[in-house]
Design a protein around this ligand. Structure first.
Ligand SMILES: C[S@@+](CC[C@H](N)C(=O)[O-])C[C@H]1O[C@@H](n2cnc3c(N)ncnc32)[C@H](O)[C@@H]1O
Length: 427
């Protein structure tokens, strides 16, 4: 399982986080309460949608916010006759320990927006196609999960006169052509202990001289209530047997695919965060045994209760457990107790995405599509049964792929499998 092996469009980046998203329809333009920039001052409360419609479009499109930033709604307020502009309005319960400005980058018409603490807030596609979109919802598309450090700092970032405007030149070589695509980020008055940011996005190429910022939409964010599961003071029950572990979203129990698995305990909507778990430890092939020695007895017991899938009969059991369960974090691996119980499914069958929060050392799991209560929750370890077999030594039984024949396995073993190699750094 490797959430951190480069940019994969289906995977979350290291500094990106999941959200719960609800999109509401906005008032049609003629009903909008105000079409001017000044209207923003009335919208600093997260509970103010500017819209009275309840329609929701779960599955719409901004993904991957911090657990501290749940998107509650996106609503289109008013398209402007001068061309569309978009804005995000955010708030956070985070302590005031970060810069007061969010960051905005623009690349090939894709807009990436970061919270002041560097957390990825979302992305928008402010291209011409979405101008005055015919549908009521704001046109915010697709999902991007890219580690923050993916954006190279060439020292040449252009800062506009307005100190709240950032344009990342290194990501937008033709940035001069895009000068009308700037993000305007400003802090709004705090309410009820929450901090609010307004992020406006100019997307109208026609507005060369007379740039007018008009709110096209608003995104309100609230903090996630899902607590981090950590194993510092491990409960004996968790140490000996995870079966029955239930956090209100998921439970661990026997799976028909393999051993134990993770199952939904209620109907889940896309983008729901279902588990945030702190690693038990992080190791590489050199310090694994030291790390295991440093665990408490309960923690070690929990480690040994994890599944092990030996690649070779001679493989050390501690190494086999580590290799079977670790999530690859850069060149190291982290072990989790509940996260390690997710089985793999190929193709469309996997229904959960995951990412690693480097700061908190947590794995974060987010539902990708609607899941019915009782269904098994699957992640994707790798692409295709041949890769799974060559890397982890098991034959995929997810039901979503053709699987492997005996001959396939033999062929893989003879080409990609070194019987003597139980090297921990295999993958
Ligand atoms: C991280 S563990 C997953 C949880 C494990 N089933 C358990 O009981 O703890 C990974 C192991 O689960 C099994 N596994 C996971 N997904 C599988 C699949 N699609 N088909 C067959 N075995 C699978 C393999 O043995 C694999 O080495």
């Amino acid at each position: 399982m490797s959430p951190d092996n480069g940019y994969l469009p289906t995977r979350a980046g290291a500094d990106s986080y999941p959200i719960n998203l609800q999109v509401t329809k906005a008032k049609p333009p003629h009903m909008a309460s105000s079409g001017s920039v000044a209207a923003f001052s009335n919208t600093s409360s997260a509970s103010d949608t500017g819209s009275d419609s309840e329609s929701s479009y779960p599955g719409s499109s901004i993904d991957r916010l911090s657990p501290n930033f749940n998107v509650l709604r996106v609503n289109r307020i008013r398209p402007t006759v001068r061309g569309p502009l978009a804005s995000l309005q955010t708030h956070t319960d985070q302590p005031d320990d970060v810069d007061s400005e969010a960051r905005f980058t623009d690349w090939d018409g894709e807009s990436f927006i970061y919270a002041p603490n560097g957390s990825f807030l979302g992305c928008m596609f402010p291209d011409g196609r979405s101008e005055i979109a015919p549908e009521d919802s704001i046109s915010v598309k697709d999902v991007y999960r890219r580690p923050y450090e993916d954006f190279p700092d060439d020292g040449s970032d252009d800062e506009d006169d307005d100190e709240n405007i950032y344009l990342d030149k290194s990501r937008a070589p033709n940035y001069e052509d895009r000068l009308t695509k700037l993000g305007y980020v400003s802090r709004l008055p705090d309410t009820e202990g929450k901090r609010h940011y307004r992020i406006e996005l100019t997307i109208d190429k026609l507005l060369e001289e007379d740039k007018v910022r008009t709110r096209l939409g608003t995104i309100s964010l609230s903090s996630s209530k899902l607590p981090i599961l950590n194993h510092d003071g491990l409960q004996p029950k968790l140490a000996s047997d995870l079966e029955g572990f239930n956090n209100g979203f998921l439970e661990v129990k026997k799976s028909s695919v393999s051993g134990h698995g993770v199952f939904a305990v209620r109907d889940l909507e896309p983008f729901t965060t279902i588990l945030i778990e702190r690693e038990l430890f992080n190791a590489n092939s050199f310090d694994l045994y030291d790390k295991l020695d440093a665990l408490t007895e309960e923690q070690r017991k929990a480690y040994h209760a994890l599944h092990n899938h030996k690649r070779t009969p001679s493989e050390d059991i501690r190494a086999a457990i580590w290799r079977t369960n670790r999530f690859s974090i850069s060149l190291r691996g982290s072990v989790f107790l509940v996260s390690s119980r997710f089985n793999h499914a190929c193709g469309d069958r996997n229904n959960v995405d995951y990412s690693y929060d480097r700061d908190k050392k947590c794995m974060v799991f987010v539902v990708k599509k609607k899941v019915q209560s009782g269904s098994e929750l699957f992640i994707q370890y790798g692409i295709g049964p041949a890769h799974l077999f060559a890397t982890w030594g098991f034959r995929c039984a997810c039901g979503g792929c053709a699987g492997l024949s005996e001959d396939d396995c033999k062929a893989i073993k003879s080409s990609a499998w070194d019987e003597d190699n139980d090297d921990l750094a295999m993958w």
